[in-house]
Design a binder for this molecule. Structure first.
Ligand SMILES: Cc1ncc(COP(=O)(O)O)c(C=O)c1O
Length: 377
């Protein structure tokens, strides 16, 4: 079994060349403008709109993805309503709903993609339902046509938590183009980041002014405050980091693809581990994955726990049981416990393996080799 001399972490942030970042810093210094809709933020917004192929009027940037979600949900009028969502996600998805006074209602996930199932979501619709919030979990594409049909049939909003899905295209367009709204997280654990940050992409351009207001306390000019806003502004240094990382997107995506391919090859034909390959998850639609995560499903909880501990202790490899515990195991959401058996089962068997920009595919293959040795022993 291979023990790595240096710890291999589940993820590490991409960092742009320091000299390029320093040049940007010089510009910030000469602007003497650090936050509040500065020139870097505007440049980042223009660059992102071009990257995702949306008009600039249909995106907004925030200090982080959680506040982006919270303000997006609020701007869509979801407060006081029920919202159907998945428990197989990071807590922020439901926290953002709760914090604006909406009630998360949990529905089960699809056993292949681990994304919210439209059929399971439809079963939970009531007259109080205002929206469905599916998550493109690990960057796996949700059944966007299925959710579009539900949105139309039941008159509910479809808001994607696309925190993991930046850089993907589906059916020839950016994944940002689906649903009424999508949120992308730019946290450094994501393949693309701005130190911290988040973006909303939305269908209705009229939302932009509302969101710009909400992220700045909802104060308008010097004399007016029009709503209960908050401070969710992205600052100039975040925008600069985002701009520099955006330049590297092609190589970031290529490195992720190579690492994913190395794991796929190593696990091929092994019945005891199901390594998830998103290329098969989009049906007939053309799909360009970002390989944001490398999740593997083990045959049972005990094997997953054994592999997780042994990788750490024997190999110096740090994986994550992402998403375990499941949301419905946590105190604020325990009312949903027992209602989503597929998600509950996946949470007990899943392990996300290391992947990041400069992880060598050969090291991914060695990690997979260690895993295979462990489950055979
Ligand atoms: C699925 C999901 N939703 C929301 C978030 C929150 O994003 P952020 O960390 O940018 O606030 C995360 C990130 O960690 C996430 O994984």
């Amino acid at each position: 079994m291979k023990r790595f001399e240096q710890p291999i972490l589940v993820t590490r942030p991409y960092l742009p060349p320091l000299d390029d970042f320093k040049r940007g810093l010089e510009e910030v210094w000469s602007n003497r403008w650090l936050t509040n809709n500065g020139p870097m933020l505007k440049r980042f917004q223009t660059a992102l709109a071009a990257y995702v192929g949306m008009p600039e009027t249909n995106i907004a940037l925030f200090s982080n993805g959680t506040l982006a979600l919270e303000l997006g949900f609020y701007a869509l009028g979801l407060s006081g309503g029920e919202v159907i969502t998945t428990p197989f996600t990071f807590v922020a998805t439901s926290h953002a709903l709760k914090r604006i006074g909406a009630v998360p209602v949990f529905a089960d996930v699809d056993p292949e993609t681990l994304c919210l199932s439209p059929a399971a979501a439809e079963r939970m619709i009531t007259p109080r339902t205002r929206a469905i919030v599916p998550v493109h979990v690990y960057g796996h594409p949700c059944d966007v046509e299925g959710f579009a049909r539900l949105g139309e049939k039941h008159g509910v909003k479809i808001v994607y938590d696309a925190a993991h899905a930046f850089g993907e295209t589906l059916g020839g367009r950016s994944i940002a183009a689906y649903g009424d709204m999508s949120m992308f997280s730019f946290h450094p654990t994501k393949l693309f980041h701005s130190c911290e940050g988040g973006m909303l992409a939305f269908r209705d351009a009229a939302l932009q002014e509302k969101l710009f207001n909400l992220r700045n306390f909802a104060i308008r000019g010097e004399l007016e405050c029009v709503d209960v806003g908050t401070n969710a502004k992205m600052n100039e240094l975040q925008a600069l980091m985002g701009l520099e990382c955006l330049k590297a997107m092609d190589s970031i995506l290529a490195s992720r693809a190579a690492i994913h391919a190395a794991y796929c090859e190593a696990f091929a034909g092994c019945d005891a581990v199901r390594f998830l390959d998103p290329r098969g998850f989009a049906g007939d639609r053309k799909f360009a994955p970002n390989f944001a995560y490398c999740p593997a499903l083990f045959r049972d909880f005990e094997t997953r726990e054994r592999v997780y501990a042994a990788l750490k202790e024997k190999c110096n490899v740090f994986t994550r049981r992402y998403f375990y515990p499941l949301l419905t195991d946590f105190a604020p959401y325990v009312y949903g416990k027992g209602s989503c058996p597929v998600a509950e089962d996946a949470a007990r068997r899943v392990l996300t393996l290391p992947t990041y920009f400069d992880l060598a595919p050969a090291d991914a293959a060695r990690i997979a080799g260690n895993v295979l040795e462990m489950i055979r022993s």
